[in-house]
Design a protein around this ligand. Structure first.
Ligand SMILES: *[C@@H]1O[C@H](CO)[C@@H](O)[C@H](O)[C@H]1NC(C)=O
Ligand SMILES: *[C@@H]1O[C@H](CO)[C@@H](O)[C@H](O)[C@H]1NC(C)=O
Ligand SMILES: *[C@@H]1O[C@H](CO)[C@@H](O)[C@H](O)[C@H]1NC(C)=O
Ligand SMILES: *[C@@H]1O[C@H](CO)[C@@H](O)[C@H](O)[C@H]1NC(C)=O
Ligand SMILES: *[C@@H]1O[C@H](CO)[C@@H](O)[C@H](O)[C@H]1NC(C)=O
Ligand SMILES: *[C@@H]1O[C@H](CO)[C@@H](O)[C@H](O)[C@H]1NC(C)=O
Ligand SMILES: *[C@@H]1O[C@H](CO)[C@@H](O)[C@H](O)[C@H]1NC(C)=O
Ligand SMILES: *[C@@H]1O[C@H](CO)[C@@H](O)[C@H](O)[C@H]1NC(C)=O
Length: 884
């Protein structure tokens, strides 16, 4: 031991310069936003068009007019040649004399999609294999003063995947034909959904999807900061780790590391110490600092709906000496909260829930797929913003970033921190077995390290999950793997347990790493990682889809500890569909176009069957397709309402503690499980979610016996007392209830509680429906709820309504959202079911929609970016509703 140590020291003193930190950090941006950089995209077949960085081949070819709108018509398959071709991005830029004076000159690619061969001034610099990895190359020797040329030659991702599969096959052999997709996405570390999914087209993208730059410095820089925050007695104990880089080579870095945290009031907590570290062979190293923060100088960070999302600036700096000018710094915003995943003995099995700041919180939310099928557009801030705000507006407290997409942008997680949206973060492995050859594992190692280090400091990140559905796929033989079960199981453990788990747990020891989602959590681990029944309702999370039974019936849904996926499809509105096709012939359920867009086998039949269980829809109706679209949205909204309320009610007797429906957003105009259409239009489901996720909700359940159980759900940190439930009995033929009764209601904080049971035996169920309201002091928003004792197609007495819509002239502008707001009045003379307002020629939004109208007058706000007159708005409003 002694000798080794001695040798180590000698090596340092002989071969390594001591580097004092002098990082006069500068960057030469090589993105298109730098007017001195010119990028060109070309192939070997006479295509040469302006290139964009960050960007990609599909968007550049579209901009140049080589291909038309990729999401139009059949363009997903018509443009597939793009993915089979080989492309080059060539960039020309200038470097000044003083630029090369820095001792470290690195070329940094934040993200390369995917297999690229890089040359600088015709000298090979390196290759890239993983779109989720940042690549850093030392280019000091290769840059020239004056003109420089950077060339990235890409292989076809489809061909790379196929070639690798020939050597390292891992099931499945391909996606189903109905996807019009490409095979073997699992062979290439790339957004898995870019080879197609059941909700999306294949666009196997290629390009420089994140920024590219040259960074110049001396000494070392701080690349990222991670913070481990633990609550101990009266203090928060912070372990701050600066992840530094000293170029791309080993160096001895010495200097002074400090951190400052601006806490409440005019105070800043500062800590610092002298440091000396020998970086690794690749130039990376870690420097640590501890900081103690008294509990009473900071406020807690809470999930959306439970309190504020207070964030604090933590600045970490590296200097030569304590007193010298500050040279390198990195700032992150941190939040103080505790979060634990609680898996402890329940009456049977184990609980599975999130305890935040000491409180068990039922997670309400959805699943996030990439915001765009082209990864370079999926980071678009305004798209991300509008989706996350739409999630927060409907009381979501958690989104699951699903494992077939991308690790999202820093901006995405910053917004989640601000909005209080916790993130269930899958690692990017989904619906496949994965190869485990050394090259693959090696590239995954980098990906996981960089991702965890980049994202770890965000208070919004709740947990890491190794993959999407791969445990259950292997156990359930989804991909014909049964004969090789042990081989695949061994590989599964090698990848998610032996390779990934230790990396995540060492970089982020306080967050739970779940090996798979869904899984039985600890129980899956006990059972050797592939549980006998990964869907066991007594453990962990489940995914559940049922297209056959009556989805409006709460009694069909199985218990779970945590529903991390469940969903039902609907079609996008005609307005959204019109952005993909204007051909009238396409607007039929059995058109070639409709078939092309439906990737879920028998998808339309399942929708039709669900519609037919409740609604009257005649195939010879001249408006059949239009009604089918509308009814599909009603059916989806009612199905998700039933299932979500079942899960929320089941907090009372099963300790179900989460409901994340599949899926929030869309990547194209097609039937899917989303609640928001491609382009941002809210489906009826998104409006309904605002009610079924309401913090305080009266929620009835029609039992198979015909009786009605009434629950109250109180998702707040205070108990619900002295409140009352009003139940109004309506005849379908009248706006005046024929009976009304009141019941006291109460519930503990953060609970669901059954309040009463109600018999409907004395009523003619064809003729009536029930409306439930909850009156609570200090709660401004507790939505009404309804019970329809009979399928709507069988009800009697519902009248054709007369509907009058007027718009009030008192428009005003919301200073913050820069939007105009109008009040729309709805007057009716009969009960109206699912009244659905649209303004297809205007891009505004109603704040509520899909009304069950039981009052002669209803008001709803409409918001829009443009200043239109009340008259103009009134003219644009169209409506639909359901009637037998
Ligand atoms: C080259 O481009 C032309 C026109 O863009 C196209 O018709 C042809 O198929 C391409 N050839 C190859 C080998 O890709
Ligand atoms: C794929 O394999 C073929 C046949 O070995 C080879 O010609 C081709 O260059 C390979 N392509 C890539 C992208 O590796
Ligand atoms: C920070 O605190 C931890 C736990 O008390 C300790 O192990 C570690 O050595 C400390 N680090 C520094 C740099 O003081
Ligand atoms: C990734 O794969 C490439 C290609 O085989 C290999 O050269 C490289 O060493 C691997 N590992 C990393 C970390 O890039
Ligand atoms: C459907 O509509 C057609 C044409 O209007 C009509 O002849 C037929 O009876 C209707 N079918 C049902 C089941 O209502
Ligand atoms: C309602 O709010 C007022 C003022 O904040 C408070 O004094 C009162 O206790 C609250 N009532 C209930 C039932 O929470
Ligand atoms: C509901 O209306 C029907 C007529 O449409 C009537 O026959 C029936 O008695 C009414 N039921 C109640 C409970 O008022
Ligand atoms: C909106 O337009 C009306 C006239 O059409 C005008 O009187 C009003 O000032 C405008 N409001 C704003 C905020 O621009």
């Amino acid at each position: 031991m002694a000798i080794c140590f001695f040798l180590f020291l000698s090596v340092i003193s002989i071969c390594m310069q001591f580097t004092y930190i002098r990082c006069e950090f500068r960057r030469i941006e090589l993105t298109s936003s730098n007017e001195h950089v010119v990028w060109t995209l070309s192939n070997n077949n006479n295509t040469q068009v302006p290139g964009t960085v960050p960007g990609g081949v599909y968007s550049d070819l579209q901009k140049a007019g080589v291909i038309s709108d990729i999401l139009s018509g059949y363009n997903d398959v018509r443009t597939r040649w793009v993915a089979y071709d080989t492309w080059r991005y060539t960039g020309h830029f200038e470097v000044g004399e003083h630029d090369l004076e820095s001792s470290i000159v690195n070329l940094v690619f934040e993200g390369v999609d995917t297999v690229g061969f890089i040359e600088l001034n015709d000298v090979p610099i390196g290759t890239t294999r993983n779109m989720f990895v940042r690549y850093v190359f030392d280019v000091k020797q290769h840059l020239r003063i004056g003109k420089n040329k950077l060339k990235i030659s890409f292989a076809s991702p489809v061909e790379v995947a196929r070639n690798r599969s020939n050597k390292h096959f891992a099931a499945p052999s391909c996606v189903p034909d109905i996807y019009n997709g490409e095979c073997h996405a699992n062979q290439i570390r790339k957004m898995q959904a870019s080879f197609s999914w059941d909700w999306g087209p294949a666009f196997p993208s290629v390009g420089l999807w994140k920024p590219v730059y040259i960074e110049l410095y001396d000494g070392a820089i701080i690349r990222s900061v991670t913070t481990h925050i633990e609550q101990k007695k009266q203090n928060w104990e912070l372990r701050i780790v600066a992840h530094v880089e000293s170029g791309t080579r080993k160096k001895h870095v010495i200097g002074y590391l400090s951190a400052s945290l601006a806490v409440d009031g005019p105070q800043t907590i500062k800590v610092g110490r002298k440091i000396g570290v020998v970086t690794r062979d690749d130039g990376t190293g870690e420097l640590e600092l501890n900081m103690t923060v008294s509990l009473n100088v900071v406020s807690l960070w809470w999930p959306n709906g439970f309190g504020d999302q207070t964030l604090y600036d933590l600045e970490v700096s590296l200097k030569t000496h304590e007193k010298s000018e500050e040279i390198c710094r990195k700032s992150v915003k941190i939040g103080f909260r505790t979060l634990e995943v609680i898996e402890e003995d329940a009456s049977k099995g184990l609980t599975f829930y999130f305890k935040v700041n000491g409180y068990p919180i039922f997670m309400k939310g959805s699943n996030w797929i990439p915001a765009n099928i082209l990864p370079e557009l999926g980071y678009d801030k305004s798209t991300v913003d509008s989706l996350l705000i739409a999630a927060s507006e409907i009381h979501m407290s958690m989104l699951r970033v699903w494992g077939g997409g991308v690790y999202e942008s820093d901006y995405f997680y910053e917004r989640c921190d601000q909005l209080g949206i916790l993130i269930w973060q899958d690692l990017m492995f989904a619906c496949a077995m994965y190869p485990t050859d050394p090259e693959f594992l090696d590239n995954v190692t980098d990906e996981i390290q960089q991702t965890v280090i980049r994202l770890q400091h965000h208070p919004s990140i709740a947990l890491w999950a190794g993959n999407n559905e791969n445990e259950v796929a292997l156990r359930g033989n989804w991909y014909n793997t049964q004969t090789q079960f042990s081989k695949y199981k061994e590989e599964y453990i090698k990848l998610y347990v032996d390779t990934i788990k230790p990396i995540v747990e060492s970089l982020d020891p306080y967050r739970r790493y779940l090996v798979s989602s869904p899984s039985n959590g600890l129980e899956s681990e006990q059972e050797g990682y592939i549980a006998q029944n990964p869907y066991d309702p007594h453990y962990g999370d489940t995914h559940y889809y049922n297209y056959l039974n009556d989805n409006w019936d709460l009694n069909i849904y199985p218990n779970t500890r945590f529903a991390s996926e469940y969903g039902f499809q609907s079609l996008p509105s005609l307005k959204t569909m019109a952005t993909a096709t204007k051909n009238k012939e396409d607007y039929k359920l059995n058109s070639a176009y409709s078939k092309h867009r439906q990737h879920s086998p028998n998808g339309y039949d399942f929708i039709k069957d669900q519609i037919n269980l409740h609604l009257n829809l005649n195939e010879s109706d001249p408006k059949y397709f239009e009604k089918f679209v509308f009814y599909s949205q009603i059916t989806q909204a009612m199905a998700m309402k039933a299932e979500t309320e079942f899960y929320r009610q089941s907090q009372a007797n099963w300790y179900t503690m989460g409901a994340l429906y599949w899926q929030l957003n869309d990547v194209w105009q097609a039937p899917s499980w989303s609640s928001i259409e491609y382009g941002g239009k809210w489906k009826m489901l998104h409006y309904y979610a605002k009610s079924f996720f309401a913090p305080v909700l009266v929620s009835p359940r029609l039992l198979l016996t015909g009786a009605v159980d009434v629950y109250v759900i109180n998702d707040r940190l205070v108990p619900l007392i002295d409140s009352k439930i009003t139940i109004e009995f309506y005849n379908w033929s009248s706006l005046i209830p024929f009976k009304s009764q009141e019941h006291p209601a109460s519930a503990e904080m953060l609970s669901a509680a059954k309040q009463m049971s109600l018999s409907l035996a004395e009523y003619n169920k064809d003729e009536i429906f029930l409306k439930f309201s909850l009156d609570i002091e200090n709660v401004s928003y507790s939505p009404h709820n309804f019970i329809f004792p009979r399928p709507l197609k069988e009800i009697k007495g519902l009248k054709q309504p007369h509907i009058k819509i007027t718009v009030e002239n008192n428009r005003f502008k919301n200073r913050f959202q820069k939007k105009f707001r109008y009040v729309v009045n709805i007057e009716v003379d009969a009960v109206v079911l699912f009244l659905w307002l649209e303004t297809n020629s205007l891009d505004g939004r109603f704040l509520d929609n899909g009304f069950i109208v039981t009052q002669p007058r209803t008001k709803v706000d409409y918001i829009i970016q443009k200043n239109v007159s009340a008259q103009e708005l009134k003219k644009c409003i169209t409506y639909q509703y359901y009637i037998n």
